[in-house]
Design a protein around this ligand. Structure first.
Ligand SMILES: Nc1ncnc2c1ncn2[C@@H]1O[C@H](COP(=O)(O)OP(=O)(O)O)[C@@H](O)[C@H]1O
Ligand SMILES: [Mg+2]
Length: 265
């Protein structure tokens, strides 16, 4: 990562609420081009709500979101399609259509965008499946796949339009550690091989150490803390210590014996 990093995405003083429930209370966040940023924080803290603003799936109540210098806050709905092709989302739980084949699921965003050329669609689906190491599985049904493979298909769908940025909402949820590792490799490869900017909501500290260039910790509707994974591990801030130790009690999480400085993988 170079010194003069280019800002890919910027959130300024973002506020969001549902009725009287104020979920985001002034989030300020920059995402630099090509980095992998992990977002941590307690459950129900507004992480999913935040990332939905980054691709125009939700509009700010107050504040702004800028993607590659373009303020998307007040863009009309018809202009948001282009934003979502640039900033793509892998939803929590994968959200596949069970009655569609793998290939049809992955082709869905292409059809939504108006692509009709079947050869071109097939080609792009094949390329996306190759990226997630699932070549040749177009015809399978989601019900026939393991949890990890469903996540991969969801990821293939998120990258089928070759976005500049992918937002991952808890891509490790419900996966065993080995499958989680393989998802981390894919996220890493997307950054390295395809120069994709990654924003990853996760609870898995193991993954944070493997993939994060930077970490942002959310609390009380704001970004409470930012730093590297090593800085997180070294922090004495009681909020961060609590979070880290809370996760370490988790079966799939980070335990006390895990080396704290190995960020190489
Ligand atoms: N569409 C919605 N309508 C009403 N409340 C919502 C909606 N989406 C999220 N919330 C509420 O906003 C809060 C933050 O949710 P969320 O961003 O999903 O948390 P996290 O992803 O950090 O676990 C929660 O209290 C949740 O119930
Ligand atoms: Mg969430």
């Amino acid at each position: 990562m170079t010194k003069d990093r280019e800002v890919f995405l910027e959130v300024r003083n973002l506020h969001q609420r549902f009725g009287r429930h104020r979920v985001l209370r002034g989030v300020d966040l920059k995402v630099y081009r090509g980095e992998t940023l992990c977002i941590l924080g307690g459950s129900g803290g507004g992480k999913s709500v935040l990332v939905k603003h980054l691709c125009g799936l939700m509009r700010p109540w107050k504040g702004s979101v800028t993607v590659e210098g373009e303020d998307i806050t007040n863009l009309p709905e018809r202009a948001l399609g282009a934003v979502r092709r640039k900033v793509s989302m892998m939803f929590q739980g994968g959200a596949l259509f069970d009655s569609f084949t793998v290939g049809q699921n992955i082709a869905f965003p292409l059809r939504e965008a108006g692509l009709r050329d079947q050869k071109e669609i097939d080609l792009r689906v094949r390329r996306a499946l190759k990226i997630v190491r699932m070549s040749g599985q177009e015809k399978k049904m989601p019900a026939d796949l393991s949890g990890g493979m469903r996540k991969r298909v969801a990821l293939a769908r998120a990258v089928v339009e070759m976005p500049a940025c992918v937002l991952y909402d808890e891509p490790h949820a419900g996966l065993d550690p080995i499958t989680s590792d393989s998802i981390d490799h894919l996220i890493r490869d997307l950054g390295v091989d395809h120069k994709i900017t990654n924003v990853v909501i996760t609870h898995e500290l193991r993954s944070v150490f493997r993939i994060a260039d930077r970490v942002a910790f959310m609390k009380d509707g704001v970004i409470y803390w930012k730093g590297t994974a090593d800085e997180l591990a070294a922090s004495r801030d009681p909020e961060l210590v609590n979070f880290v130790q809370g996760r370490s009690g988790n079966r799939d999480g980070w335990d006390q014996d895990t080396p704290r400085i190995d960020t190489s993988g």
